[in-house]
Design a protein around this ligand. Structure first.
Ligand code: XMP
Ligand code: MG
Length: 179
């Protein structure tokens, strides 16, 4: 693994593909044990989570469904501020166990918005599976049930994560070079 340059920034190797897959397998094992009787719906939050979701769900062997959503933000009226909308969900989710699949949880703002939207749809329970968590940045109280790896408050790319649209296709994770 060598450093990579994406636009104006340089990134250095951080988490190898082997390490990533090892921790993804561990997570799948826990999910298989915990949710065997729940027929969960995995809700993959695009774009960043596509690679993690593919690896994770190949190792999930319990009965389940998989769907993909995107979150879109737009400015509502001045009284409502920014409104977040969930796009792409066609399944009936009322009364179901929903596992949100995220690439990374940073401040938790995104996760909180999604959690509010899902709660409105009267799901039975929400579980959260994220590959990366930045504990120093996380400011919310929503339980993050499954975490692949905890990382410091640094900017990372690869394994689905992008810098300005680039780097998502890399199978290793890279961190912004400290100058
Ligand atoms: P919050 O703060 O809402 O952030 O938990 C979640 C979203 O922010 C993006 N994000 C990152 N993207 N490298 C990235 O490529 C990072 O280190 C990083 N930290 C946060 C990401 O889109 C995530 O869904
Ligand atoms: Mg994301």
């Amino acid at each position: 693994m060598q450093h990579v340059t994406l636009k104006d920034k340089t990134f250095v190797p951080y988490i190898t593909s082997d390490k990533i897959l090892e921790s993804v397998k561990q997570m799948a094992k826990k999910i298989n044990a915990d949710l065997a009787d729940d027929m969960p719906l995995f809700l993959v939050v695009l774009n960043g989570s596509f690679m993690f979701a593919a690896d994770l769900l190949k190792e999930v062997t319990i009965p389940c469904e998989i769907s993909f959503i995107k979150l879109a933000s737009y400015h509502g009226t001045s009284s409502t501020g920014t409104v977040t909308e969930m796009i792409g969900l066609t399944e009936e989710i009322k009364g179901r166990t929903v596992v949100v699949v995220e690439d990374i949880v940073d401040t938790g703002i995104t996760l909180e918005k999604l959690s509010i939207l899902l709660t409105k749809k009267e799901v039975k329970q929400i579980k959260v599976a994220t590959f990366l968590l930045k504990p120093e940045a996380y400011k919310k109280t929503i339980a993050v049930d499954y975490v692949g790896m905890e990382i410091p408050n640094d900017f990372v790319v690869g394994y689905g994560l992008d810098y300005d649209g680039l780097g998502r296709n890399m199978k290793e994770i890279y961190v912004l070079e400290q100058k």
